[in-house]
Design a protein around this ligand. Structure first.
Ligand code: ATR
Length: 270
């Protein structure tokens, strides 16, 4: 049985083993996937030990994604630009690092019939979560990606890294003259019950609002967007399952169906 892990601290809440076991069952792949709590200073050892035990691959979550990047012998371009690795593959004695978060988001947007080509995207936040999705979004040929952050200088820094005229930075006081087709909340504000303070005029019936966070109830940002009249609001559950599906296909060469897993997790939340 091929062995996989998810490494994190904390890790108890991780749904990754459930998700990957459903993928494996549905695609008739024989795998075992476990979560592993790793000491704050024990990440490299945990990976080395797992490789010795013939582990085939691992997901990496908070707070080890940057360490996973540093530990990788080979990196994909999207992982390099994300500055973080969430998927490790152990192949021919090498550690290969990838980041599937952005592709997970893109897949979830497309699954929800959100048009990305030529769209004007407002990305809220300039931390790790925002950084990881820019290259995969650019691959969908949007008209623009405007990165808005509470700390403007961080948004500016981030945009400089991409050196793409479609990617520009601003603060939260965005002029209401701007029109966006899609607003993605990549700040961690929802986790503390807060809202990124963007002008309400940006929310029109046709703008799609997405929050990378999900929960039992709609996130504060999505509640607010609905109150302002947005017709389509989407939380990050599909992104979670989507990034797992991309990891699974890297390891197994099979793209699993995400719908049954999203439904099962949604149901379990209720
Ligand atoms: P993550 O990996 O989740 O992106 P991070 O790198 O710590 O975490 O980044 C958190 C992001 O959420 C940042 O963009 C942060 O804004 P600042 O750069 O100004 O700190 C943003 N953020 C966190 N709490 C917020 C709040 N209450 N309102 C608006 N933005 C917030």
């Amino acid at each position: 049985l091929d062995q996989y892990r998810v490494f994190g601290n904390p890790i108890a809440h991780s749904r990754s083993p459930d998700i990957h076991h459903i993928f494996a069952h549905e695609s008739q792949q024989n795998i075992n996937y476990q979560k592993q709590l790793v000491d704050i200073d024990g990440f490299a050892n945990a990976v080395t030990d797992f490789i010795k035990q013939n582990g085939k691959g691992a997901n990496v979550t908070v707070p080890f994604k940057e360490q996973a990047l540093a530990l990788s012998d080979e990196l994909t371009e999207r992982a390099r630009l994300a500055g973080a690795v969430n998927t490790l593959s152990f192949v021919d004695g090498k550690i290969k690092g990838d980041n599937t978060d952005g592709e997970g988001l893109v897949q979830d947007l497309l699954r929800n019939n959100v048009k990305l080509k030529n769209s004007r995207i407002l990305l809220l936040g300039a931390g790790g979560a925002a950084k990881g999705v820019i290259l995969p979004l650019l691959a969908q040929q949007p008209q623009s990606i405007t990165v808005a952050n509470r700390t403007f200088s961080k948004a500016e820094q981030l945009c400089l890294q991409f050196a793409d005229p479609r990617v520009t930075a601003c603060g939260f006081s965005i002029s209401a003259d701007n029109t966006f087709d899609l607003i993605i909340n990549a700040t961690s504000a929802s986790l503390s019950g807060q809202l990124p303070p963007i002008p309400a005029q940006l929310i029109t019936p046709s703008v799609v609002c997405y929050d990378m966070v999900y929960g039992k109830t709609l996130t504060p940002f999505l509640v607010w967007a609905k109150q302002q009249g947005a017709n389509q609001v989407i939380d990050g559950l599909g992104m979670l399952v989507g990034q797992a599906a991309v990891s699974f296909s890297i390891w197994r060469g099979v793209t699993p169906a995400v719908e049954p897993v999203i439904s099962a997790l949604r149901h379990a939340l209720e």
